[in-house]
Design a protein around this ligand. Structure first.
Ligand code: LLP
Length: 412
């Protein structure tokens, strides 16, 4: 459920008309709905109320400071993967003891920054990283709380680029290696193994792979217990999918119930790292049709939102629903919707049937709130889009549009 609706034949974000927003702030424009973000966070978090748990929103999905602040105000913790994300989370007011640090390649300075902030836990992905954290912590006279990310070898049945918990992936440690790593960690002076972690992939549309991974982790925890290693925290990562097209992922409530059932009475503090399910359908991308173009084989809508703004269709062949912003009764046309970038991979949709849309009119690309702006770039020296948050009748400029000066700011 989201708050992007047609009222009087026109798309609105909460109480504000998209046409007005585009006129005021220009296009391409990311528009987020505060009510939707709150609702999604609430729906997800409340699905786990029966458990001692913490919802650590995955910053990479949408890291805009105002978005982080809104979620922090609702009590969200954060899952970070870089010093930059730590900086953002702290700036947004997230308490350090609600921050977990994931990622396969943490550098020494990032580890030091996180130790200085005193975050809850590092999710460690290699033996080398464990030693690096131990060294950095020793130099700072601190003890780092760690968990190892376990690669449970489960097929999440999602796009290969966003599958992470299979043997062939770069992520985590297989259980045999992890067992040795826990043993070593126990004897190291400046790390304290207190948790177990896994994240098997993103945009999962069934619960089974989660339960399969969880089963393996719980069995592994018992083995660790026999070795005298007590695991207090279990981080299950993110990955719950959303509806882009006709997918029917489980509702967070159903997801929460299934996991809670498996976890009740286990005495674990559970951490969840949802990203997409919170932000994905809380944002849309607005573009204006610069030209329409008819070739012998195709009808093109050439719009000012391109692969540098939203790379998901080009990178993962992913589907995003697209509609006109002002409804009309014109006959339908089978369009390729493309941007101005000099690549044939620059498209938002192919063979998309829409009522005729004319030059100067607006389109909305749905489900763009997660991995939209955060994956954007300046390719072709295009200026990054502005980001707006609508909250009822209010509008916040969460990030202003870039200028040509911004483009050259760091260059000499
Ligand atoms: N935790 C970890 C350790 C992760 O690597 C990720 C996502 C998440 C949590 C959040 O997963 P979510 O709940 O959003 O599925 N750019 C891709 C998605 C990459 C996901 C990377 N890791 C896309 O646009 O589909």
């Amino acid at each position: 459920m989201h708050h992007f609706e047609i009222k009087n034949n026109e798309l609105h974000a909460e109480n504000i008309s998209i046409t007005e927003l585009a006129a005021e702030y220009g296009t391409p424009l990311y528009v987020y709905s505060a009510a939707t973000l709150r609702r999604h966070f609430q729906a997800f978090d409340s699905a786990f109320t029966g458990l001692d748990h913490m919802t650590c929103y995955s910053v990479k999905a949408n890291s805009n400071l105002s978005v982080l602040k809104l979620l922090a105000e609702m009590g969200a913790g954060m899952d970070i993967v870089s010093g930059g994300e730590l900086f953002r989370a702290l700036k947004a007011g997230v308490p350090a003891n609600k921050i977990v640090f994931s990622g396969v390649g943490k550098k020494a300075y990032e580890i030091a920054e996180a130790l200085k902030a005193d975050i809850l836990m590092f999710n460690v992905e290699s033996v080398g990283e464990m030693h690096r954290i131990n060294e950095v912590a020793e130099s700072m006279n601190k003890v780092a709380r760690i968990s190892f990310r376990i690669n449970p070898d489960v097929d999440p049945k999602t796009h290969p680029y966003i599958s992470t918990g299979m043997k062939k992936n770069k992520f985590g440690l297989d259980m045999e290696t992890a067992k040795e790593a826990y043993k070593t960690a126990k004897d190291l002076s400046h790390v304290s193994p207190i948790g177990m972690d896994c994240h098997i992939g993103s945009q999962l549309t069934t619960i089974e792979p989660f339960l399969e991974a969880l089963g393996k982790l719980l069995a592994f925890r018992d083995q660790l217990g026999e070795m005298g290693i007590e695991i207090e925290h279990l981080d299950l990562g993110g990955g719950l999918g959303i509806t882009y097209d006709e997918e029917e992922p489980p509702h967070p409530k159903e997801f929460g119930e299934a996991l809670s059932q498996a976890l009740t009475g286990k005495g674990l503090k559970v951490i969840l790292e949802p990203g997409r399910v919170i932000a994905g359908n809380a944002g849309i991308l607005i573009g204006e049709v610069i030209y329409t173009k008819k070739t012998p084989t195709k009808d093109f809508l050439i719009v000012d939102a391109a692969m540098n703004d939203l790379i998901r269709p080009s990178l993962y062949q992913s589907y995003h629903r697209i509609s006109e912003v002002v409804q009309n009764n014109r006959p339908e046309i089978d369009y390729d919707i493309v941007g101005p970038i000099c690549e044939s991979s620059d498209f938002l949709a192919k063979d998309r049937v829409l009522p005729e849309i004319k030059q100067g009119e607006l389109i909305a690309v749905y489900s763009a709130g997660a991995y939209g702006f955060t994956m954007s770039s300046n390719y072709n020296s295009r200026l990054r889009a502005a980001e707006i948050i609508v909250d009822g009748d209010d509008v916040i400029v969460a990030r202003r549009r870039e200028t040509y000066e911004d483009l050259l700011k760091l260059e000499s």
